[in-house]
Design a protein around this ligand. Structure first.
Ligand code: FAD
Length: 814
């Protein structure tokens, strides 16, 4: 039995010990610096509000599992979870409007929810001034979790299966040897281990330093206060609360009952980062009860108290009787940190997890450790999702503070971070600015979404789709003009942020054959579209593999997670070298029917269809610039991706730009790109398909070559190939050409939620919106009538045969 040490007996450590031992792990030791089970971390004083609905499907699934599990638990007859319901009120028209979007998220992910009017809000919370609210979102299954009790109940279950929980053991070092973790050192001796999981909550960065692993997490204070007893609040102490949890997000506040008092939490105050050095040692003689409770800074709470009184006027007769600044974890994107470190095999993180998501996240980590995969896709929580530039202390601090500010904000799905920017730029950045680029951000990169210089190309029909203010954000009719110009002429796309790797060495071919689904053993100079599956046959990602020579490949991947996944599987004998080349190189996509007219005069190489066929790769010259050219196209047009080193990137851009003048070439942005890729049915890994889906239901069976020999996920994929899929990634178009949707909306079949939109964009070619969606297989059949619910309004939609544009591939192969 592998020996597992878990650092921390907060809610996450306790849940994980239970989930692991219930999967047959026997040798599990949980080390806790404080006492058990009110150990002194964030879980010890969390007021335990559980709101399940989240923009992330995974986080909602984690919450649903936590609720189901804690509802079944009790500690000596005392409850661990009670569903008192949740009520989010809207005090502004914007919030009321947004609750209609939020109910859509709830319906997409299977959470019961309804919108209620002001009177109903006041019926649920009689203290509430109904004149101040437009209504609320009521979620009957939300409720209160008792984190310490649920932790102890799970710990007891784990101990009954052999786990050990040791209190007052402070981990002071992580032992390494032979390239992996070997154990931990505590103030009371050493604990050898094959696997160490840090569930140390906001102490995570300190444990990370011991292990040599960066933990991008910022401990921050969040204020929580208790009123004095209030007339009319009279819950029996053992029940604690009867009224729903109340959220007043327009003022960054939440409320719950505590017997005869009310507890108020605030995210309205200034961000208060906490230095770990300033947190008391466990057992230290301080005024505060626990290390994670810092002194209440009353002045920070004053505006929140006034806002609270405004919503609940009866509070005016009461006062803040007690309060504290409680510490917990904030990450650059607000999501947890889960997974095994690539830097130190055997060292895992289970951090930055709320009580709300604790059991679900612990279950995922336990599955991952046991089976190498999780039932719920966790790419958004994977500790390796960050780029190197996103791990600097300055970045983690800036973004962590912003995550705090945004906890209750209405955040648009396309909203880019504002600071720090610009962080990463391609060599063409200044040219793009000169063309009036409107930049969004991804992975730290500045990415043009459209160019104002193309405004003269806008036609009246580009403004035909009536965008509501929400859909109009981060959009311009210029996007439509750029899409059309790509289909009719030629456009330059900056593809520099597309991550690329060089995989080389005598073992490179065998390695890539083993990792991917498609045939990689092709003639030199050939490109293959490929999938990365997990061991259960779920789609982790997609990638293109260009074979450059016998044992050298250029691989374009979707994200850092692919780099991590491939690196983790490299053979130990050193026969394969994997090097990321994204930084230091650049890429321009030249696409459109006139692409050859633009590029051929610049090169002495033969770029004819006969001389340089589709899905081929060659080293050529464009003017003075040596490039690696790949004849591929995500937008579904004739053309090439041209890669070169960053030093000559600007020269490449200028050469192409100059040559394109006579042809009316434009620069085009991500907005057009996204619309064109959906017209062609090209999936976006992580959005359209995840590890929860097999390649066949995702419409990607063509990229799986079951007969090529063994590869990761092959057996599961072979089984999936035999099944008749019950669900499918379907292609919908909205019937009303004037409407648009954004993604993550519920899809109604027969009036009931039966699926959800993964990606959507207005198609200039079709003159209507395309939405890809997971649907029951029948509803994905061409011609099926469904509806996409957008801010509560069902928009009629029809399933279509895909791809919608150029199914014969005539535009690309010429
Ligand atoms: P913790 O509970 O902090 O556990 C980590 C444990 O690791 C600690 O017990 C610590 O002593 C131990 N440890 C650390 N370093 C070492 C070491 N070197 N050696 C040994 N042991 C070590 N979440 C919700 O879902 N709903 C809410 O309503 C809610 N409200 C909150 C209100 C406040 C005021 C605060 C502060 C947080 C709130 N949260 C809420 C967040 C939630 O409390 C935390 O996200 C959650 O409790 C974290 O659990 P954990 O097990 O990861 O961390």
């Amino acid at each position: 039995h592998p020996r597992v040490v878990i650092i921390g007996a907060g809610i996450v450590g306790c849940s994980l010990a239970d989930e692991l031992t219930s999967r047959g792990w026997r040798d599990v030791t949980v080390l806790e610096q404080g006492p058990l089970f009110a150990a002194g971390g964030s879980s010890s004083h969390a007021p335990g509000l559980v709101f399940a609905t989240n923009p992330s499907k995974a986080m909602t699934a984690f919450a649903n599992y936590t609720v189901a599990k804690f509802s079944r638990l009790d500690l000596d007859g005392r409850w661990c979870f009670r569903s008192v319901g949740g009520l989010e009120v809207a005090a502004t028209p914007q919030r009321w409007h947004d609750l209609k979007r939020k109910i859509g998220l709830a319906r997409s992910w299977g959470v019961r929810a309804e919108l209620v009017g002001p009177d109903e809000c006041a019926r649920m919370w009689p203290m509430l001034d109904s004149g101040r609210v437009y209504g609320g979102l009521f979620t009957p299954d939300d409720g209160l979790a008792k984190a310490v009790r649920a932790g102890e109940a799970q710990a007891r279950a784990a101990m009954a299966r052999g786990a050990a929980f040791l209190d007052h053991h402070t981990v002071v070092d992580v032992e390494r040897g032979g390239g992996r973790v070997r154990g931990v050192v505590t103030d009371r001796g050493t604990f050898p281990a094959d696997i160490v999981v840090s569930a140390a909550g906001f102490w995570g960065p300190a444990i990370g330093r011991m292990a040599g692993v960066e933990v991008p997490l910022l401990p921050m204070a969040h204020q929580y206060a208790y009123t004095a007893p209030i007339e009319g609040v009279d819950n029996p102490p053992e029940l604690e609360a009867r009224r729903p949890l109340l959220r007043h997000q327009d003022r960054d506040l939440y409320f719950r009952e505590h017997g005869d008092r009310i507890g108020i939490g605030s995210y309205a105050h200034r961000p208060i980062p906490v230095r770990l050095e300033d947190v008391a040692e466990p057992g230290a003689d301080t005024a505060a009860e626990m290390p994670s409770m810092l002194e209440f800074t009353a002045a920070d709470f004053e505006p929140s108290w006034r806002d609270g009184v405004e919503l609940l006027p009866a509070l005016a007769d009461s006062k803040v009787e007690a309060g504290f600044n409680g510490v917990f974890s904030f990450t650059p994107d607000g999501m947890p940190l889960l997974g095994e470190s690539r830097r130190l095999p055997g060292f895992w993180l289970a951090e930055a997890v709320w009580v709300t998501h604790s059991a679900g996240a612990a279950k995922a980590v336990a599955e991952w450790m046991t089976d190498g995969r999780t039932a719920t896709d966790v790419h958004e929580c994977d500790m390796h999702r960050f780029e190197d530039v996103q791990l600097s202390p300055a970045y983690v601090t800036d973004r962590g503070k912003q995550s705090f500010i945004e906890v209750y904000d209405v955040v648009h799905p396309m909203q880019p971070m504002e600071h720090p920017r610009p962080l990463r730029t391609s060599p063409f950045h200044q040219r793009q600015r000169d063309l009036g680029a409107y930049f969004l951000e991804g992975g730290g990169w500045e990415r043009p979404h459209w160019y104002e210089a193309n405004a003269p190309l806008v036609r009246p029909e580009d403004e035909a789709a009536v965008r509501d203010p929400w859909a109009a954000r981060y959009h311009s009719p210029v996007v439509c003009a750029e899409a059309r110009a790509t289909r009719e002429g030629v456009a330059l796309y900056d593809m520099t942020p597309l991550k690329r790797l060089e995989v080389s060495g005598p073992g490179a071919l065998r390695f890539l054959q083993h990792m991917t689904t498609n045939q990689v053993d092709r003639k030199h100079g050939t490109v293959a579209y490929n999938l990365l599956l997990d061991p259960g046959g779920g789609v982790r990602s997609d990638l293109t593999v260009a074979r450059l020579s016998e044992d050298s490949f250029q691989v374009a991947v979707s994200s850092n997670l692919d780099v991590d996944w491939l690196s983790a599987h490299l053979p130990a004998d050193g026969s394969v070298v994997l090097r990321e080349t994204t930084a230091g190189t650049c890429c321009i996509g030249v696409w459109g029917p006139l692409a050859r007219d633009l590029v051929q005069p610049l090169s002495r190489d033969d770029l004819s269809h006969e001389g340089f066929g589709f899905f081929k790769a060659r080293r050529i010259h464009i003017g003075h610039v040596p490039v690696l050219a790949l004849r591929v196209s995500y937008v579904g047009e004739l053309g090439w991706e041209l890669y070169t080193s960053a030093d000559v990137g600007l020269r490449l851009w200028d050469t192409l730009w100059e040559a394109g003048r006579g042809l009316g070439a434009i620069a085009a942005g991500r907005g057009a790109f996204n619309s064109l890729r959906l017209e062609k049915g090209y999936r976006l890994a992580g959005a359209d398909m995840t590890t929860e889906h097999d390649p066949y239901e995702a419409g990607l069976g063509f990229a799986v070559r079951l007969d090529k020999g063994d590869f990761v996920g092959r057996d599961a994929a072979a089984a999936a190939a035999e099944r008749e899929p019950r669900r499918k990634l379907g292609c919908l178009t909205l019937d009303d050409p004037a409407r648009v949707v954004m993604g993550r909306e519920p899809v109604l079949v027969g009036g009931r939620p039966a699926g959800y939109v993964t990606s959507a964009a207005y198609s200039t070619t079709l003159g209507r919106t395309i939405a890809y969606a997971w649907l029951p297989a029948e509803a994905a059949e061409a011609g099926a009538d469904v509806a996409v619910e957008y801010f509560g309004e069902p928009l009629a939609a029809t399933a279509a045969a895909e791809p919608l544009v150029d199914p014969q591939m005539a535009r690309i192969r010429r």
